[in-house]
Structures are given as structure tokens and as C-alpha cells.
Design a protein. Structure first.
Ligand code: ADP
Ligand code: MG
Length: 312
């Protein structure tokens, strides 16, 4: 592509040749880059340190500290961290397939099988975070779930890719294609939080002296990821989010009341097991909301002993 000449140059990042922009956020750009030292292609998140106040800078360091503890096939791995006077650089594993968000938008919605294939992987990564690392992600959404490779996704009946989509080679083949559907990885630990003490494997605080509200707080923290999983699951199956309103105030009200419906005709042909699972995630009372283990044991999840071939 012709983008190489337009790539910015960052001090201290000379080892990497920036290849293309993968995404951006409020204070950062993420680039695909060639690591000339290790001769591999990676992702580097360049954070504009100079735009951040002390609190925001501390948050980036926390994001890095949390990511350093994580090693799981469903989570983007942090390889390296460095900084210059003006920037932070997070060198990570590249997820070349792009955002789940992008795929749903292009396909309109996912079949139940494909949705299961994706959400089970997300759930396994969340299980690792919650149960093995004591970490709550707190920003689970289709923009932060990335495909490891450009996925080959079976077209839905009647779906016609437009001209631009056809350039996305391989995605819109009917049937399962040769390569199957790739793995997904969770990214963006910018809002994540540790709810366990690393050493003692107990809720943060001194062993035996932990107050009940802290123990509860740990459970509540984890339940925010489960709510988000419910929103992602809902969105994948129908192509629009469970809660929406043009007005932020009205939207906030709907969320606070947990006011959503399985809108006809979009939900008419979706299984009652899928709806049941969503209802156990999008429940306002966090004590009633499914935990990650309950999620993984739900009949809708278990009914799909990999009907779709994975290429990994
Ligand atoms: P922010 O905190 O600004 O949302 P993210 O870490 O989510 O930053 O990165 C922003 C976007 O950059 C993501 O939504 C995704 O499109 C892209 N991106 C982030 N990390 C990677 C990666 N490891 N591989 C490929 N693309 C990535
Ligand atoms: Mg993000």
C-alpha cells in the first residue's frame, strides 16, 4: 500500500517500521509494524503522553502492569513497553483480523453457530482473567475483541457483499471455506482492574481481615464483564445492541432498568436457549447475574461442541 510514506516517526521507536494504522482511540494510535530486530510483525500502541494528566499517565502504567501478568491464547499479549518524553509505546501481539465490531457491521448479524464460536473464546479468556488472574476487564465490547486472522465467515442466506467488501478477500465465501474461522483475542486493558492480591490469591487486602463489602465488591466487579458479555452476545445474534436510544439520558434510564426486548421479527428464529442465556446476563441485580462458570455451563454454550471447524 502507499501508506508507508505517510507514517509518522516516533523517537525511540526506530527498531520498528510502521506499516499501517490498525485503529485509534482518544489518546492513542495502534500501528501494525515490522520489528526489524526480531523480524516479526507486531502491533504498537502509541499513546500521546503529552496530552495526559498525571492520573491518566498512571492509568497507562496500570494497563501495562496488568497486561504483563497475562498470557492466554484469547488475550492480546504485551511484548514490551517503553516511553519517550512525549509518548508511551505498548508493543503487542498483532491481531491482523481486525475488530469483531467491523465484522458484525459488515455481515449485519452472525448465525448462532458463529456467535457461539466467538463468544466461547471470549468467555474462556474472561474465565482466565476472573478466575486465574483476578482481573476484571471492564471494557468488553466488539471494538475490543479482535480476530487473530482475517476470518472466513459463511455468508448468511440472501447476503450480498458490496463492491468494497469483496476486496476483503476470503470473508464472504459461502459455506465454511477452507480456513475456517479464526480465533479471537481480547484487547484494551485501559480500564481493567485487579480485584485479587497477586501473591495471596485473595481479594485485595490483608488475609483474614477482608471486610465483606470488599469480597462482594470483587464479585460485583466481575459481574460488569458478564453484563458486557450479554450485550455482545445480543448484538452478535441480531446486529443491534440491546439498549439504544438517541438521547443519552433515555439510554441511561433503559440500562438502569435493564429494559430490553427480543424485538420481532429479528429475534423470531433465534433459539430460546440463546435468549435464556442473554436473560441471565442482562439482569439488573448483579447477585442474580450469571458468573463466568455458569455462562460456560449453560445449555446453549454446551450444545455446540464445535460444529464449526477452527483453523487453530
Ligand atoms: P483505546 O484504549 O484507545 O480504545 P485500544 O487498545 O482498544 O485503545 O486500541 C484501539 C484500536 O486499535 C482497537 O479497537 C483495534 O481496532 C486496534 N488494535 C488494538 N490493539 C491491536 C492489536 N494488538 N492488533 C491489531 N489491532 C489492534
Ligand atoms: Mg478500545
Amino acid at each position: 500500500k502507499h501508506q508507508r510514506s505517510k507514517m509518522p516517526v516516533y523517537p525511540g521507536l526506530e527498531r520498528f517500521t510502521l506499516l499501517e494504522k490498525m485503529g485509534d482511540g482518544a489518546f492513542s494510535n495502534v500501528y501494525k509494524a515490522h520489528d526489524t530486530k526480531d523480524d516479526r510483525v507486531i502491533a504498537v500502541k502509541v499513546v500521546r503522553k503529552y496530552e495526559l494528566n498525571a492520573h491518566q499517565r498512571a492509568n497507562i502504567l496500570k494497563e501495562v502492569q496488568i497486561m504483563r501478568q497475562l498470557k492466554h491464547p484469547g488475550i492480546v499479549q504485551l511484548y514490551d513497553f517503553s516511553e519517550s518524553d512525549e509518548y508511551y509505546y505498548l508493543v503487542m501481539e498483532l491481531a491482523p483480523g481486525g475488530e469483531l465490531f467491523h465484522r458484525v457491521v459488515k455481515l449485519t448479524y452472525f448465525s448462532e453457530e458463529l456467535t457461539r464460536h466467538v463468544i466461547v473464546q471470549v468467555a474462556q479468556a474472561i474465565r482466565y482473567l476472573h478466575e486465574e488472574r483476578g482481573v476484571v476487564h471492564r471494557d468488553i465490547k466488539p471494538e475490543n475483541i479482535l480476530f487473530e486472522a482475517i476470518p472466513i465467515i459463511p455468508s448468511l442466506p440472501g447476503f450480498k457483499p458490496d463492491e468494497e467488501d469483496k476486496e476483503d478477500e476470503g470473508i464472504f465465501q459461502p459455506g465454511l471455506g477452507g480456513g475456517g474461522i479464526g480465533r479471537v483475542k481480547i484487547a484494551d486493558f485501559g480500564l481493567s482492574k485487579v480485584v485479587w492480591d497477586e501473591q495471596t490469591m485473595t481479594p485485595c487486602g490483608t488475609v483474614g481481615y477482608t471486610a465483606p463489602e470488599i469480597v462482594k465488591d470483587e464479585r460485583y466487579s466481575k459481574s460488569v464483564d458478564m453484563w458486557a458479555m450479554g450485550c455482545v452476545l445480543y448484538t452478535l445474534l441480531c446486529g443491534f445492541p440491546p439498549f439504544y436510544d438517541e438521547s443519552i439520558q433515555a439510554l441511561t434510564e433503559k440500562v438502569a432498568r435493564g429494559q430490553f426486548t427480543f424485538l420481532s421479527p429479528w429475534w423470531d428464529d433465534i433459539s430460546s436457549e440463546a435468549k435464556d442465556l442473554i436473560s441471565h446476563l442482562l439482569c439488573v441485580n448483579p447477585d442474580e447475574r450469571y458468573t463466568i462458570d455458569q455462562f460456560l455451563h449453560h445449555p446453549w454454550i454446551r450444545s455446540g461442541e464445535s460444529p464449526i471447524q477452527s483453523n487453530t
